[in-house]
Design a protein around this ligand. Sequence first.
Ligand code: CA
Ligand code: CA
Length: 173
Amino acid sequence: MMNRVLIFSVLMAALCALASAGCPEGYTQRDWPDQHGNCYKLFKNAALWFHADHFCRADGGWLATIRDEGDSAFVNSFFISNRGYSCHDWYWVGGTDALNEGTWRWQQDGSVANYVNWGAGEPNNYGPGDEDGLIVNSATRQWNDDRIFGTGAPAVCFVCEMYPTERQCSIVS
Ligand SMILES: [Ca+2]
Ligand SMILES: [Ca+2]
């Protein structure tokens, strides 16, 4: 009898945890277990990388991370299917080499980008200032480094990412 009660409690707790994972309004949850079912939102506002990074942080997340081919495909199709008429072909994600020129890291956790998908000749840190923000061409999924603020910095749509929310879940016994 005790065992049954215990098993029931564990089962309910597990169901409760599953049911309570979710995303804040405006965010879409990715199919678990891909990136732990993280939440994504496309901001259809043209912004500099610098500002885009700030908006994602303000929401409790980060500019999207692309750790592998699966992330690249997911984030790109998420962008394409949600962009409507507001966004152009390019969007910002969370890679930057602002800290150390040439070393690309993710804003999510500062980890070095091992998977990369640079377009031909990129990253080139082109121009008088640094190009330290990671911008993606949705037509090819390939990357370019571009300016994060200042003269010539592009303003484009951007994708924010965050962990699923854990809501309070009480079991009445
Ligand atoms: Ca750079
Ligand atoms: Ca470049």
